[in-house]
Design a protein around this ligand. Structure first.
Ligand code: ADP
Ligand code: MG
Length: 674
């Protein structure tokens, strides 16, 4: 921008981007012209206002920079400020949840100068993409971006009120930031196209477990297969070109599962970038012969995928406001912000559950590898201890970071974090940010950000009002924090969120557990939630109702498509296969009878008996993870011998059955063919 804009226009635009201050419209023409020239130099012929409708997808409509010249023989290129600022896609086909009738279909896209424009490349041309807000003719938001911006604006105001109370002389614009980790599966494209369930629903609605699953924990952080690595190299390169600071990549827990995490950015930009990450993942997977599955539970019995949204709040002058420093008990400002988060997560636990609700995520939340459907906060040992002290009258110490000695002289000593990690918590403090782990891998992160920002905004507002009206602010803050702990401390849980005991305990504590999307979505329009969003002008009651309606419809539509797929595949693929197999068996039985062979005396009967015995031996044992002591003995003394008995019959069969019918390569073939 510095290169292509005049210094005055550059300053004005940067001010809007940095401070969220009102955009000066007189700069639009110059910015538009500079954008066009920049894009054209990179081969662009078209531009598009990119927006984020309530489908959760990304939408775009392209227009050319070129208009026919008046002589009819030439074309002129132009891109005016007006076209940059505002577009008008026909909005009638986007979900609006009753906000707009088809005959009042006008919808506007409005330039968001705070999110960088970028160039999307295709082998045949390139397009200038401009992130925009999408609103109806009546000015109501029809998208996922507008409320994020509004929640950030509201949070900035309240956070600065608090900072002012702490006597800071210079306080810059406060922004919320997000670093979303994206989990996904890659499978070969050929399998994807052979499965109607994957094509229609992005998850397998059928499938028996593979003999080997994820029980060896050998995939997580394992060496990345070469084909996947090639995909990742290209992915990172493409993401860098789009201005997305992709940073971390690794194998995830389940076989075929991977993760990508970018550096955190302003919540609005992170949210736009996260949409682009999903689009890019799909596009590049295809190029490498893969299908990228971002469904929350594409395979039963192995881990599903989530999107951990790392979230914090900060500014240039005071830094990260969730940074506790080394001695959090002395850091009143941090304790205030952390206390405000505790209060809001407890108060709006149902909202947090609702904003991550989707048909796909229901398969994950509450299952064994994902955070449970119960929303609780993990603070870590150090902070939990400080807040426990506050609850009991005042915090006087912070557990120090330890030193970890590995026990090998040549290895350096490590400083140990003040608290361990907890992978089972849906909302975990991770050193200088909160990590909301319940977000689904397929969904936009904006709903979560809007909820977190606005909830926090309300808590800060309340606290600021009390402090402003108090003559002894220090004492008042102690009281406030103590009250928060008494009233909302129940949401803090440092134990194992997957355990059955936690479900019982959470119920005793009065924490809600909304297990399905059907239970969770009505929370979007609960009186408390409407009051919250209206108070901070983030979403109106009408907008909330429209969202609830749209998400409920999406839920029903997803389940409906899945049910259609299950019926169709069961009827037209699985049933016929079973019938054909039965026919084969019946034919074989009839032929045996005609030939006078008695199946009950045959070797096949013994094979059946032995296989049943082995099956029983396995199912009599606990899962391998619980194996210990006596169980270990049983694997050795019961399962292994039963396996040998099956084998022995099969090996006999191999010596009898015609060679061309034998379905697996023989020892003879494997060892002697070179
Ligand atoms: P882990 O898997 O250990 O949680 P990752 O490296 O996969 O960690 O992801 C951590 C994410 O948190 C990154 O996107 C990182 O940029 C982000 N992050 C770090 N600090 C902050 C912060 N202050 N605010 C928001 N996100 C942050
Ligand atoms: Mg991670």
């Amino acid at each position: 921008m510095k290169k292509v804009l005049s210094p005055e226009v550059y300053e004005k635009l940067i001010k809007t981007i940095d401070d969220g201050s009102k955009i000066d419209l007189t700069i639009a023409d110059e910015v538009a012209d500079a954008m066009m020239k920049w894009a054209m130099a990179k081969g662009a012929t078209h531009f598009t206002h990119v927006f984020y409708p309530l489908t959760g997808c990304t939408a775009e409509k392209h227009d050319s920079f070129y208009d026919p010249g008046s002589d009819g023989a030439t074309a002129i290129s132009k891109f005016k400020g007006k076209t940059l600022l505002q577009g008008e896609p026909d909005a009638s086909s986007f979900p609006n949840g009753g906000i707009r009738a088809t005959h009042t279909a006008r919808g506007y896209t409005v330039w968001d100068p705070t999110s960088p424009a970028y160039i999307s490349e295709n082998p045949y041309g390139t397009t200038l993409c401009i992130p925009t807000s999408f609103v109806s003719w009546t000015g109501e938001s029809l998208d996922k971006k507008t409320p994020v911006l509004k929640s950030m604006q509201a949070l900035d105001k309240q956070a600065r009120r608090i900072l002012k109370l702490f006597g800071h002389s210079e306080i810059s614009h406060v922004s919320s930031t997000a670093g979303p980790e994206q989990e996904y599966f890659l499978i070969d494209k050929a399998f994807y196209y052979a499965r109607p369930d994957l094509m229609a629903t992005n998850r397998t609605c059928f499938g028996a477990p593979a003999p080997k699953g994820q029980e060896f924990d050998d995939h997580y952080f394992g060496a990345i297969p070469e084909r996947v690595m090639s995909f990742m190299f290209e992915l990172d390169r493409e993401l860098f070109k789009l201005g997305i600071p992709s940073k971390t990549r690794h194998n995830e827990v389940a076989p075929g599962q991977f993760e990508l995490a970018p550096m955190f950015e302003s919540a609005n930009v992170a949210s736009d970038h996260q949409q682009l990450v999903m689009t890019t993942l799909k596009k590049l997977a295809d190029r490498h012969g893969f299908a990228c599955l971002m469904h929350e539970k594409p395979f039963a019995g192995v881990n599903g995928s989530g999107k951990h949204v790392n979230w914090s709040v900060g500014n240039k002058t005071q830094g990260n406001l969730f940074d506790p420093g080394d001695t959090p008990h002395e850091n009143a400002q941090f304790l205030l912000f952390a206390g405000a988060v505790i209060q809001s997560v407890d108060k709006y636990a149902k909202l947090l559950r609702a904003v991550v609700a989707s048909a796909g995520n229901d398969h994950r939340l509450g299952a064994n590898e994902a955070p449970p459907a119960i929303i609780s906060i993990f603070l870590g040992d150090q902070l939990a201890d400080v807040f426990e002290q506050i609850k009991n009258g005042g915090a006087t110490t912070s557990r120090a970071k330890g030193i970890l000695n590995v026990g090998v002289d040549s290895l350096p000593e490590l400083t140990k974090d003040a608290g361990d990690r907890n992978r089972t918590s849906p909302f975990a403090f991770t050193g200088n940010r909160f990590e909301f782990r319940a977000v689904g891998s397929n969904s936009s992160i904006s709903g979560a950000l809007v909820a977190m920002n606005t909830m926090l905004c309300e808590s800060l507002d309340e606290i600021a009002t009390r402090l402003e009206g108090s003559s002894d602010r220090n004492a008042e803050l102690q009281i406030i924090l103590q009250e928060i702990m008494t009233k909302h401390g129940k949401v803090i849980f440092n134990g194992n969120g997957y355990s059955d005991e936690w479900h019982a305990e959470a119920a005793e504590r009065g924490l809600p557990c909304l297990t399905t999307t059907a239970d969770a979505l009505p929370e979007i329009t609960s009186p408390e939630v409407i009051a919250l969003f209206e108070k901070y002008s983030v979403l109106t009651e009408r907008e909330l109702h429209s969202r609830q309606e749209i998400y409920e419809e999406q839920y029903c539509a997803s389940v409906n498509v899945e049910a259609n797929v299950v019926t169709e595949m069961a009827k037209t693929m699985i049933y016929p296969a079973a019938v054909r197999y039965l026919g084969e068996l019946a034919g074989a039985a009839a032929s045996m009878k005609a030939a006078g062979i008695k199946p009950e005396n045959s070797i096949l009967k013994s094979l059946q008996t032995k296989v049943n015995k082995l099956d029983a031996a396995i199912s009599n044992l606990e899962s391998v993870h619980a194996a210990a002591g006596e169980e270990t003995q049983k694997w050795a003394k019961e399962v292994l011998p039963a396996m040998l008995e099956v084998r022995s019959i099969c090996d006999d069969l191999e010596t009898i059955v015609a060679d061309d019918l034998w379905p697996i390569p023989t020892y003879q073939e494997m060892l002697f063919i070179k």
